[in-house]
Design a protein around this ligand. Sequence first.
Ligand code: NDP
Length: 243
Amino acid sequence: MKTVLITGGSRGIGQACVLAFARAGWQVAFSYHTQAEQAGQLVERVRQQGGAAACWQADVADSSQVDRLFARAEEAFDPIDALVCNAGIAHQGLLTDMTDAQWRRLMGVDLDGAFYCCRRALPAMVRRHQGSVVLISSMWGVTGGSCEAAYSAAKAGLIGLAKALAKEMGPSGIRVNCIAPGVIDTEMNGGLTEEDLAALREETPLGRQGAPEEVAEAALFLCGEGARFITGQVLGVDGGIAV
Ligand code: NDP
């Protein structure tokens, strides 16, 4: 049985990934940050469906917490075959109003977090000459989003990281890809007004928001055998908005 480690599995896209991988027969190790109860209920749900899952608390912006997360996951499910770096936060506002602390926090969670996870996951994958990494970027990392400059910069950083690692790790049999979701119906977009959402739907050729499950299916595909010759790619799951 293969094992995946998913960061930020307690809600939204991460939760959909936990369920999709478990349903496909993977053992799922995942992290949460603040939502311990929700994460625990998700573990129960997976187990009731006959799957295997376990979760641990970790702030991905702290490398020591990431190292501890991996140590626990390896103790439970060693070896880890796939990594999905999903944990993320957003920040809306003018760049000129952003404080040092807000910028650092966003970079810490969205970009440093992926670095810490990849640094910790890759050596064991190299030893086994196999593995797959998926970084959850964003359409804003591809196109840039007004009033989301820091978020766009961090998400573009993930694309650079994936492309570079695809080259660095390909000879070791490891694939690294990004997913760039469009507007997905999760709590992250809870701050948007109905008017904002309607405008985004209008801009989306497929005319609607995406579901977290639609991103999860792409992550599952990229980690699976069907994607064995795919690396260094940015897969848009965005209803065509960033085309
Ligand atoms: P949610 O806000 O619904 O969930 C965020 C998840 O990340 C939660 O599980 C949360 O944990 C976890 N998390 C937040 N901060 C930290 C941290 N410091 N350390 C560890 N985990 C943390 O977001 P989405 O599901 O919408 O987003 C998931 C990913 O997809 C993010 O990277 C986001 O940028 C990206 N994305 C989302 C889009 C959208 O439209 N929704 C579009 C494009 C990209 P907890 O609940 O325990 O606090």
